[in-house]
Write a protein that binds this ligand. Structure first.
Ligand code: ZN
Length: 412
């Protein structure tokens, strides 16, 4: 590479005030999905599109996924395209424009959509999830433009909609309708998860299954329990019995944290209102994060076996259904070019060794991986996404911009 890491670093730091202002403008446009009572991402996309044109950062193309629930009738997905020396492949950075609702406003110290700069951070809904990705990737482009450097390969910044509510009109739409945007040999980075120092590169995910268990018994007065069938007791035994799933699916993979599959009882729906009634129906849920090698059908089967035992022991009826059943995508290899390039950038700029890891959640990278593409999920974050008083450290913005610029300059 002709330019030094230090040149990139100086440039990135000089852009901090501008990054904060861009974050302020983006935060003021609450891009909420209709499911969350919002009007979608159109205004935010319009703002970004105008911004890119005004700054002459690249060509903007809109890919609108129809959605008649929002005023404009579509959910926008933007492509910012910059041709590189080698146009056979791209460095593609995918961020999302939508944000989650602020939640309980009493927990915020100020208006969530009015950015606050405080000491080492900026606070507001969306600043970390996922405006940090948008702002850093745009400023990485600015650095290249300033230095008059043509990127090594094409650069594609993709700003998608609908990430927080299932991606059907976001990344899933792009992969289905505009598959040509993504090529097998592209380096694809999704800056939407990571750790505090940027040493975690997510390459694999666990499968997720949400199981709904409905137990039907017979309600009666609590003073004569023999006249009914107490479903809360059956529920308690069901939960204890299901501990054995851990031994049925014992695999351990140190790339993941936690390293094994998890089967957690979570939500319990309300049953009876008064204390002196024996409940005749109980409904509760499990959130399971399963290592990718296990087919989720076998997890459902194991729950069914637990259900059979509980039905026999308590004379109740157990109904099992799923609320989410998402088999993990094939992992991106640890030595995939995009992983190696990020490692190289983190080493050069931060003198740190980044590592490929697996996580329990699902990011949008899964859709790309299922489409046969290699993707690294990486950024430097404090993990305040979706929380009240969500914040983004100024230092993280500067440092992630450096890494993205480094990748643009040198990733061939
Ligand atoms: Zn996100």
């Amino acid at each position: 590479m002709d330019i030094s890491a230090n040149t990139i670093k100086d440039k990135a730091r000089a852009y901090l005030p501008e990054m904060i202002e861009l974050q302020r403008d983006l935060t003021a446009i609450p891009a909420l999905a209709p499911e969350n009572g919002g009007e979608g991402e159109e205004r935010k996309a319009q703002y970004l599109s105008t911004y890119v044109e005004k700054e002459a950062l690249g060509d903007v193309k809109w890919f609108n996924a129809p959605d008649d629930r929002v005023p404009c009738g579509y959910r926008p997905n933007l492509l910012v395209y910059v041709p590189g020396k080698n146009s056979k492949k791209s460095l593609t950075i995918v961020s999302h424009m939508d944000v989650v609702p602020p939640g309980n406003l009493n927990l915020w110290h100020h208006d969530p959509f009015d950015l606050v700069v405080k000491e080492d951070r900026i606070i507001g809904r969306g600043v970390e999830d996922n405006q940090q990705g948008i702002v850093c990737s745009l400023h990485a482009l600015k650095i290249l433009k300033d230095l008059d450097i043509r990127p090594a390969t094409d650069v594609k910044l993709i700003f998608v909609s609908d990430e927080e509510t299932g991606s059907k009109r976001g990344l899933q739409y792009l992969i289905r309708e505009h598959r040509e945007l993504f090529k097998k040999e592209d380096l694809i980075l999704v800056p939407d998860y990571g750790n505090e120092d940027g040493t975690m590169i997510e390459v694999a995910e666990k499968s997720i299954i949400w199981v709904r268990i409905a137990i039907k018994g017979e309600q009666c007065h609590a003073s004569v329990p023999h006249k009914g069938k107490n479903t809360l007791r059956a529920t308690a035994y069901f939960i204890v019995e299901s501990e054995k799933l851990k031994t049925i699916f014992p695999a351990n993979d140190p790339m993941f944290r936690p390293s094994s599959s998890t089967f957690e009882p979570t939500k319990k729906e309300a049953n009876v209102e008064n204390i002196n009634t024996i409940p005749g129906e109980d409904i509760f849920y499990f959130d399971c994060r399963v290592l990718p090698q296990y087919p989720l059908e076998s997890v459902i089967e194991s729950f069914r076996e637990v259900a059979n035992k509980i039905e026999n022991d308590f004379g109740v009826k157990v109904d099992i259904s799923t609320r989410m059943c998402d088999q993990a995508a094939p992992p991106t290899p640890k030595n995939s070019p995009v992983v190696l390039k990020i490692k190289e950038a983190v080493r050069a700029l931060r003198k740190l060794e980044a590592k490929a890891c697996g996580i329990g959640g699902v990011t949008v990278a899964a859709y790309l991986r299922k489409a046969g593409l290699e993707v690294a999920v990486w950024q430097t974050i404090t993990k305040t996404a979706h929380q009240p008083n969500e914040y983004c450290l100024l230092e993280n913005m500067v440092k992630d911009t450096e890494v993205m610029a480094y990748l643009m300059v040198g990733a061939t």
